[in-house]
Design a protein around this ligand. Sequence first.
Ligand code: CMX
Length: 135
Amino acid sequence: MNKIEHIGIAVKDLNASIDIYQKLLNTDCYKTELVASEFVNTAFFKTGDNKIELLQATSPDSAVAKFIEKKGEGIHHVAFLVDDILAEMERLHQEGFVLLNESPKKGADNKMVCFVHPKDTNGVLIEICQEIKWI
Ligand code: CMX
């Protein structure tokens, strides 16, 4: 795996949180994106080489809504960039990790993504992601 691509933070109110993180990081949010398939609205910040993704649920059934209900707002996942998501999914499967999707799915910010169950990774939801390359 390569670097940490971003850290995802679950929030209740995306606009209020955008204001907070703009002040905190002293930089503007560079992108907001609805990921309808995941029932989340997202906002992205870059600070140096690092990225933060804020996530607000769009439905009470969404993973983010359930997370906030159980644990409150906070770090929801850590995402690692990979070169070959299919190969990395196969490697993780062989290592015994439970993958939460059988094939890569379209995530936010032009990525294909796959999640690893937090029960297998000390309570931290792990995302692996690969940049989608348009030919
Ligand atoms: N981080 C750490 N633990 C988490 C978690 C998270 N983000 N989400 C849930 N959990 C915990 C639950 O609190 C629960 O713990 P306990 O058993 O101690 O109560 C445990 O994981 C399992 O919970 P569950 O009730 O069996 O399952 P959930 O319905 O809560 O689903 C999960 C959990 C991880 C399987 C589900 O959220 C999932 O599939 N996530 C992947 C997709 C996703 O998160 N999408 C949103 C982000 C999209 C984006 O980044 O664009």
